[in-house]
Design a protein around this ligand. Structure first.
Ligand SMILES: Cc1cc2nc3c(=O)[nH]c(=O)nc-3n(C[C@H](O)[C@H](O)[C@H](O)COP(=O)(O)O)c2cc1C
Length: 333
């Protein structure tokens, strides 16, 4: 598939993308998801304004892994010129992104109260202006946008907005089929994603509630979208990309056993510590506890992981849990 001049995945088949997740889809997690078949990865959202002012921590968030291509850095903000400046600045990085994605979906009050994220869906003119400025600044690289179905039930404007964003130069659009009002709760409106697919000629990537290969196939059939973006379904289950790809190819998928789950969790923990140092130990807690969900003794292990002060301690807890699970009957769910 082509997103502007960038080739993503293989011709004629839907692309599998890891959706951005602030505080979760860091360089380490994105690398793991790619190993399991994610074909496009997007960084956590990055503040355009913070980049503009040269904030070092923000610049770290936009780093890509070695070989992490094609990949997008996601920007949030609302001033077209600052967004364009930040996008251009990202392109001068040592390992620059292939795509700049713009966040028009974040529902968090600390973002929307500044008129950023999903609040931009209420200002379609400004949203289009941002896309136009960023597209001009980074040409020939493509700019993509991630939107929701709308702000609330009474103002579902994804279709009209998508058309305006396409006209302004967006090369692809990810549609999360929930309103801002819904936050992350079901249901996901597949009809509106299908309407966006019919309304624009750029690729549309469907997002929301894909937690299994059945969900993925349902999204494709119901919407006709060109690709799938998976967020929470990949937390502690990065192999969901392999599961979905196998299903699309009519192949069997072998769910990793307990040992493989724990080994992946340990590899994740080690890679995070290697990348982030001491900070990695604390930031890994959230990521690691997802891998043990449903295992016998997971609740106690989760508490112990959250109290652990070192990576070695966390690994020991994970291995003890595995040992207990293998001696017992494994899963509790
Ligand atoms: C912890 C978390 C952080 C998120 N951060 C971002 C973000 O930085 N940018 C963005 O566009 N969406 C963000 N999202 C939204 C997801 O990309 C996705 O649209 C949403 O979770 C729906 O997909 P899902 O049902 O597969 O989880 C975040 C979601 C979660 C759960």
């Amino acid at each position: 598939m082509k997103i502007g001049n960038v080739t993503v995945g293989q011709d004629g088949r839907p692309i599998l993308m890891l959706a951005p997740m602030a505080g979760f889809s860091d360089l380490t997690f994105r690398g793991i998801c790619r190993q399991y078949g994610a074909e496009l990865t997007v960084t956590e959202m990055v503040s355009a304004k913070a980049l503009y002012f040269g904030d070092h921590k923000t610049a770290l968030l936009s780093r890509l892994g070695e070989g992490e291509h094609p990949a997008a850095v996601q920007l949030f903000g609302r001033e077209p010129k600052i967004m364009a400046y930040a996008a251009q600045k990202l392109l001068s990085a040592e390992n620059p992104p292939d795509i700049i994605d713009i966040n028009m979906g974040c529902p968090m009050p600390k973002i929307t109260k500044n008129g950023e994220g999903s609040a931009l869906m209420r200002e379609p003119g400004l949203a289009a202006e941002i896309v136009k400025e960023v597209a001009r600044a980074i040409a020939p690289l493509p700019v993509t946008v991630k939107i929701r179905s709308g702000w609330d039930e009474r103002s579902k404007n994804a279709v009209e907005l998508a058309k305006m964003l396409e006209a302004a130069g967006a090369a692809a659009i990810t549609v999360h089929g929930r309103t801002r009002e819904q936050l992350y709760a079901p249901p996901v409106d597949l009809d509106i994603i299908a309407e966006v697919v019919r309304a624009v000629s750029i690729p549309v990537i469907g997002n929301g509630g894909i937690n299994s290969s059945a969900d993925a196939i349902n999204m494709l059939i119901e919407t006709g979208c060109a690709g799938l973006a998976i967020a929470r379904g990949a937390m502690g289950r990065p192999w969901i990309f392999a599961e979905v790809r196998a299903a699309l190819e009519g192949k069997e998928f072998g769910e990793p056993n307990l040992r493989e789950r724990i080994q992946t969790a340990i590899a994740h923990l080690r890679a995070m510590c290697e990348d982030k140092g001491e900070r990695g130990v604390f930031e890994a807690r959230g990521a690691i506890t997802h891998y043990i969900k449903g295992m016998r003794g997971a609740a106690q292990a989760r508490d112990a992981i959250c109290r652990a002060g070192s990576a070695a301690e966390m690994e020991a807890i994970l291995l003890r849990l595995l040992d207990e699970s293998e001696r017992g009957d494994g899963y509790t769910d």
